[in-house]
Design a protein around this ligand. Sequence first.
Ligand code: B3K
Ligand code: ZN
Length: 877
Amino acid sequence: VQVHYRSDYKPYPYDIKDVYLAFDLAPNATIVETTLTVQRKADISGEEPLCLDGVDLELLSIAIDDRELDESQYQLVDGGLEVLNVPESFTLKTKVKISPDTNTSLEGLYLSSGKYCTQCEAQGFSKITFYPDRPDVMSIFKVRIEAEADVFPHLLSNGNRIEHGEIEGGKHFAVWEDPFKKPSYLFALCAGDYDLLTSSFTTMTGREVRLEIYVDKGKLDQCHHAMESLKKAMKWDEEVFGLEYDLDTYMIVAVGDFNMGAMENKGLNIFNTKYVLASPDTATDTDFIDVEAVIGHEYFHNWTGNRVTCRDWFQLSLKEGLTVFRDQEFTANQTDHGVKRIEDVKVIRSHQFAEDAGPMAHPIRPDSYIEMNNFYTVTVYNKGAEVIRMYQTLLGRDGFKRGLDVYFERHDGEAVTCEDFVRAMEDANGYDLQQFRRWYSQAGTPEVTVSSDYDADKRQLTLNFKQSCPATPGQKDKEPFHIPVKVGLIDTLGNDIELKPVPLTQGAAKVEGDIVHLKSAKQAVTFDDVPEGVTPSILRGFSAPVKLHYDYSLKELTFLFAHDSDSFNRWQAGQELFSRVIFDLCEQQEKGGTLRFDDSVVSATKNLLDDASLDGQFKSLALTIPGVSTLLEQTNSINIDHLITARDFLKKQLAEKLELDWLLHYQTNRHLGDYEQDKESVSKRALCGTCLSYLMTLEKDSVYQLALKQLETANNMTDASIALQLIVHSNYEQKLKVAEDFYQKWQSEELVINKWLSIMATDPSDETIDRIESLLDHPSFELKNPNKVRSLIGAFTSANPRQFHRADGRGYEYLARQIKSLYAINPQVSARLTGAFNRWRKFDSERQQKMRQQLEVILSMPELSKDVFEIASKALK
Ligand code: B3K
Ligand code: ZN
């Protein structure tokens, strides 16, 4: 296998001045004729061959300046083509044959559900034609598409349609031109028979942009939310960042078979249906927010990604971290800043911390890869967004905006690096980011340990900080990071006191406002005028992606849970309280004896539930016990059976001790009238769901009836799906009948059936493994469809810890078998699934041995894809 290194970067020796692509679409024999206008760069010698990427292409002809080349003038090599002794400037014409119908990788050009579609990022364009498929080669694209007119009435590509018409034999054609230079990964083509929703948006300079959403026939009524979201995103980017859309049309095509969420192709976004279609009866409140977020994300890429793109794929976080940050801010603005922050940090703690601590750990700007598609990770995306957020914390909103302005002024139309971004931020603000750059080069989650000393005579409080970062593959020793730690001090009445840091002394940490700048391994900061009994609130708003350790007493945690003015830390205090109890219960199980925990946890829970000043969504988050994957990242090695037992025990105890409270809050928040989607209704639904989930642990018939009634009378998918999930995950006798009825009712709504598959796959009961085995043959399942695979197999491995980690190893065997059936069909999706084994070293020796065995089974599979190979082999290293 070939490993690619960031340090090997060399500019491409030729300019591709323009590209003309002509597609004659046919399922097994699509013909692609490509004309490139090529110019050798000034400093390059004539010896330099023209190297083009190309994978699974049948070359039919190749010509330079209209003269056919014979085989002495070019050579086909692994992964491409080399043309020898080319002139200084010339046109290169190639003609290739490809087979979209048999392309199940969903990368390149593929035909699925009767429609043609492309996915080119990262290197899928090389499956379409011979081309330098790298992001720093930018060119002007003109595209001609022809196909049968009745089957494919819509022929779409990037930019503006400049020509179209009929051709003999029932065919028609369209020609598209994109006036903006772009790398090949942003190329797109769609052809099919869609329903079309149109609208328009007037930009800040008064230009009219036509908005178009193309969907499967019959789905038009589920597109309105996506359209509204698009308009909001366009407006928001103008208002917040002064960024305006640049083409006359913005097209979105929704497809059911797609490897990820969506793709930001210039002027022609392609979306997974999951992030376009939404109506109250089929989509949950979370789905509505997700649609808005992904629509926003892809739209924001038009500037952060398309106008300014990446020089090479190691720079991916340049566009992804930045664009995730932008979509997070957008959603926060549309919903609730505090709630959104908690949701985002949950992803970091459960998934990103796990990645940072596992075999695939990499910096947000990786140094090497075997398969680039494996590096579209929570680290590059979400930790990358945290790094961007830290700029805003350090420079302020205005400073951050100034930095972005400089970035666009300098680099519009270019393919650049993370370093270019840092420099724009530095230059725009005169701020030294030298040490901050380590966030780009060092992997792993920094650990920050804080202790405090109070001097009653001087009325001074000192916070002592230590930072360290664990070794990660290929990086043994780490240098200290520049970590902005936002702090508050809370007096005994629950009010924040004013921070008065003592004047800076040698070695102490600098404080600016409420930010402590942690820069060395050990640093302290002292505050003046601090009354007795103050509780520090540290890492407010999760101001840096680190693990914080502070030895709070139970009393301090319940105090913060009741009083912290920072809603993130208020939530955090509760999470730590619950985690503390759970790990304590684990220890009790090691020792044997009856399980018990402090009553203060019960009263803290009750107080929060009863706090009328709090929003229901915040309450719902604060009352949700940390999930198993989050808990796993808080310890080094764990008995998973004890952990799950402890978590269930805590939940059931809270349910029993507060039964009437959960019931009361369930009933008072239950809304029985017409469906509403305002913030208050969403909050009430969230809280009801949480109350019901506690009540269900009681295994009482009266509660089962409550859930059944909610399911039967629901006028929206939020209420219906949570009720279904709670019933299916319970011991209710008739649960399979309930599941079957739900299936019957929704079988024609694919996205709803995907939820149903996930619910079936995450049932913690022992029968699940047999059930998900037979679900593989169920009419609703289709191995070639990534959404189905993620809903059934992915949900089982990532959200059913009890059954995936069965002591008998059947969960692991199941996963390995699915990877075996899938890796040749869809390498990318298979590689994602393989990642479920990444944390195998955390478990007991029997499970370790069983997981290792399955990883070895996977590695021995014939002609294993390099995607899966990279994940499995790194896991075993
Ligand atoms: N840029 C795409 C992701 C492409 C993934 C390639 N395996 C979607 C996004 O981040 O917006
Ligand atoms: Zn993105």
